[in-house]
Design a binder for this molecule. Structure first.
Ligand SMILES: *Cc1c(COP(=O)(O)O)cnc(C)c1O
Length: 812
């Protein structure tokens, strides 16, 4: 079937059809949810027609695809993105207006699928958008969590987590295919069978695929995102039902469904929980089977698998796919080990996302052997053959052998998933220049020495469709008026704005856009949370997961220090630049220090916001539940972007890119992609501060004493003492205030105090620069003009060139 016509009449016909026959109501009785669902399904009609064409073409041409394996896809709201990609924005607006329906109200009904924690999951979502827009046949594989990242609320300033029941009203964007369910097995033992080994599993679950359409921007390409949901197998059920134990059968069902029940809410510090390993194996086993048995023709010669697919591993979460593919080839198809290994190495590539040692996943041998006994054997064999090569290359260097082994012996016998991924993948990439350098120099140094050609960099990016075109319609309009609309798919065209930075009229209009975005943010936060901004003051934003390495506490020290200066009378109020400090951050529920930081930020915020002397001057707003929807509102309104991690700890960051593209200036350390942002936008348009990575490493090894900074810097001491005095916590010197005080002055793992002075100086430069509106907006325009590099389209082109090889671009 062809797509419906791109006319208001056709759109309206389909919409009413969906209201009547999809929702089974008359328009006059339809609820906002009915209308939202009908609207979404109408958009789906348009996309599905192209989807089927693409799938048919792919089937006929047997072209190469990219499979992006990721435990998280932080998609954000779908309606506006799909309307945009399908070229239906105006048609839908007109059609609904004719029917007297407010499209804004329907947008408000949508619940975003929060199937990710933060940067890593959002990156996956940007990448599938870019893959489709670049016309690359591709499929995203992941998990359809019934509950995504928790909904954050504050009670007395403390984080309280609420379940994210995003499916309560149903999702109109997914299509379930229970008839294509795949069985995944667990547990049991391994037996000898003829020449080989045979896994006799103990239990199994079904993976039911849910398909989502992933449309490219106005190019007629629609790819697939396939998320797996766990269900109990019929056979398992039946056995127990027949035994007459109804309750036990229902328990079995619940047990199976648990696997895709909830997203683990840890970002950067995963807990090595059994259910998490079940999730990981569940989704990659489903995905491999799906590709090999459903997508490929029945008689396909798997020796040619690398001609058809590359599996990109988004961090180590999907790495168990490596022994799984080996098992499919060796055990189930009787292949020779070396043959299977050659194919396996060609089809996998690994993206590493971290530098924090605690974020490198390891699975205890005890757990892995219990859950996936055959996979453990396969990993051992991969390791043996690998270590043999290491011994050949470095005879007698047993220390190196132990360092490089996939199997760690201390503190318990465990599998290092990053090592397995590095050994198996044909390429390993970091996510920003500095990060890739540090991977090769430190985290995976031995491997980079052995296989220098394996290591490469692909700097992250963000999709300009969502994070500029949709999030910032006013700026988009201004840009398009100036340089045409080619930038939406060719973001380097923003360079053509550079001369306009010198154009006073353009800068005035640019400021108007920023002011409008601030008013809209103020409206959003007022309606959403009853929060007020400080008039049209500078918007200074730090939004990202709450983690010590990101150093929200350093931001807090700046705010407390400003407040302390004013309230002690040392700093005249008139000299303070009016600012609204905006925080957005979820803390992992078990991460006590992070939760205390939230509590303290809220306590400081309350004190400042209630001080009548500071009215209209300083505000601290911390809207709860930072997510993609909120990011899209907040980032376009920001003047200053806080990217203040300890150098060497933030792999890349992508929030930093979103801000620069929306004309915020960055105050940041020499870390992650900040390095590249600064190189591109220029030193004059970026506020750099803090230690470099080598300086931080040197200080660490020399022995870092935060107390020395506390004692020797009176301004720092005053700020910390004010916190410790209970001034913000109703006199309570213990609790969050006491805990943050002692953690900073005694340990300070991420050396916030060492960078405090430099940060304060940089903030003084910010104030000075902001006072000159013309110069500031010139810098802001230059940030936009020079950040085109940070499009995820460019990242995907780099993956194609450096990692995926061949030519998976569809030229039809
Ligand atoms: C972009 C984004 C992130 C990542 O932000 P960083 O500053 O790079 O950590 C996290 N959460 C959401 C909702 C985002 O949109």
């Amino acid at each position: 079937m062809a797509a419906p016509d791109h006319t208001v009449e056709a759109f309206t016909w389909h919409f009413l059809h969906e209201i009547n026959f999809g929702q089974g109501v008359d328009l006059y009785r339809a609820s906002a949810n009915d209308k939202y669902l009908a609207l979404a399904r109408t958009v789906r009609h348009y996309l599905a027609a192209r989807w089927l064409v693409n799938l048919r073409h792919q089937h006929e041409t047997q072209s190469k695809s990219v499979a992006y394996l990721s435990a998280e896809f932080l998609l954000g709201p779908q309606l506006e993105n799909n309307l945009l990609a399908a070229g239906l924005e105006d048609i839908a607006a007109q059609s609904l207006a004719n029917l007297g329906i407010d499209i804004e109200e329907l947008r408000g009904v949508e619940v975003e699928p929060g199937l990710g924690n933060g940067g890593l999951g959002r990156l996956a979502a940007c990448f599938i958008d870019s893959l489709a827009t670049l016309n690359v046949p591709s499929v995203g594989y992941g998990i359809r969590y019934e509950y995504g990242i928790f909904r954050q609320t504050f009670v007395d300033g403390k984080q309280v987590e609420k379940p994210d029941n995003w499916l309560a009203m149903g999702s109109p964007w997914e299509i379930a295919h229970p008839e294509n369910a795949v069985e995944v097995t667990f547990g049991g033992h391994v037996e000898d069978e003829g020449e080989g080994r045979r896994w006799v599993p103990a239990w199994s679950v079904l993976g039911v695929p849910y398909n989502y359409m992933v449309p490219g921007y106005l190019n007629g390409r629609v790819n697939t995102l396939r998320l797996w949901s766990a269900e109990a197998t019929k056979a398992f059920d039946l056995k127990i039902f027949n035994a007459g134990d109804y309750a036990q059968a229902v328990r079995a069902q619940t047990f199976a469904e648990n696997i895709s029940k909830v997203l683990y809410p840890e970002d950067s510090t995963p807990q090595g929980k059994e259910l998490r390993l079940q999730q990981q194996y569940f989704f990659v086993a489903c995905s491999l089977r799906d590709f090999i048995e459903t997508v490929l023709p029945e008689d396909y010669d798997l020796h040619r698998l690398p001609e058809r697919i590359v599996f990109q591993l988004n961090d180590t979460h999907p790495v168990i796919a490596v022994p799984e593919l080996m098992r499919l080839l060796v055990d189930e198809r009787g292949w020779d080990w070396d043959e299977a290994w050659a194919v396996t190495q060609q089809v996998f590539a690994y993206t590493c996302h971290t530098l924090l040692p605690e974020a490198l996943e390891v699975w205890s041998v005890e757990l892995l052997g219990r859950l996936l006994p055959r996979h453990l054997e396969i990993i051992y064999r991969i390791n043996e053959e690998f270590l043999e090569k290491v011994r050949e290359a470095y005879p007698g260097d047993e220390l190196r052998v132990r360092r490089m082994s996939i199997v760690a012996e201390q503190p318990e016998r465990a599998i290092r998933m990053a090592h397995l991924a590095t050994v198996a993948g044909h390429k390993v990439n970091g996510v920003a220049e500095l990060h890739s350098q540090l991977l090769a120099d430190k985290v995976l140094h031995d491997f980079a020495e052995l296989w220098p050609e394996k290591f490469t960099n692909v700097t992250n990016g963000v999709t300009p469709r969502r994070f500029v075109r949709l999030a910032n319609p006013s700026l988009s309009g201004l840009i398009t008026e100036a340089i045409g609309d080619g930038w939406v798919t060719d973001l380097e065209q923003l360079r053509r704005l550079e001369p306009l930075a010198e154009d006073a009229e353009f800068r005035r209009r640019f400021r108007e856009v920023k002011a409008l975005n601030k008013r809209e943010l103020a409206e959003t936060l007022w309606v959403r949370d009853g929060l007020e901004l400080a008039g049209d003051a500078m918007v200074d934003a730090m939004v990202k997961r709450l983690h010590e390495y990101k150093r929200q506490s350093l931001k807090l020290l700046h705010i407390v220090s400003l407040y302390e200066g004013i309230s002690s009378g040392r700093v005249p109020l008139e000299s303070v630049t009016p600012r609204t400090f905006v925080f957005g951050a979820k803390a992992a529920p078990g991460y006590v220090r992070a939760k205390e930081t939230i509590e303290l930020i809220n306590a400081v915020g309350r004190t400042i916001n209630e001080d009548p002397a500071l009215e209209g001057r300083l505000k601290v707003v911390f809207p709860p539940n930072y997510n993609v929807t909120l990011a899209e509102r907040l980032i376009p309104a920001a003047d200053l972007s806080e990217q203040i991690s300890l150098a060497g700890k933030e792999a890349s960051g992508t929030g930093n890119m979103k801000f620069a593209l929306n004309g915020a200036l960055t105050i940041g350390t020499d870390d992650g992609a900040n390095v590249e942002i600064r190189q591109l936008v220029g030193d004059d348009n970026f506020f750099l501060f803090g230690m470099t990575e080598p300086e931080a490493a040197a200080l660490q090894s020399k022995g870092y004493e935060p107390g020395e900074y506390y004692e020797s810097d009176p301004q720092l001491k005053a700020a910390l003492d004010l916190i410790a005095s209970g001034a913000f916590t109703e006199g309570d010197r213990g609790g969050a205030a006491g805990s943050i005080f002692s953690s900073l002055t005694e340990r300070d793992r991420f050396m916030a105090l060492a960078d405090f002075r430099s940060y304060m100086d940089a903030q003084a430069r910010v104030e000075e620069a902001y006072a000159d509106h013309e110069a500031w907006s010139r810098s802001a325009v230059l940030n936009v003009a020079r950040s085109g590099f940070f499009s995820s389209d460019r990242s995907i082109r780099d993956y194609l060139d450096r990692i995926w090889g061949a030519d998976p671009v569809d030229h039809s």
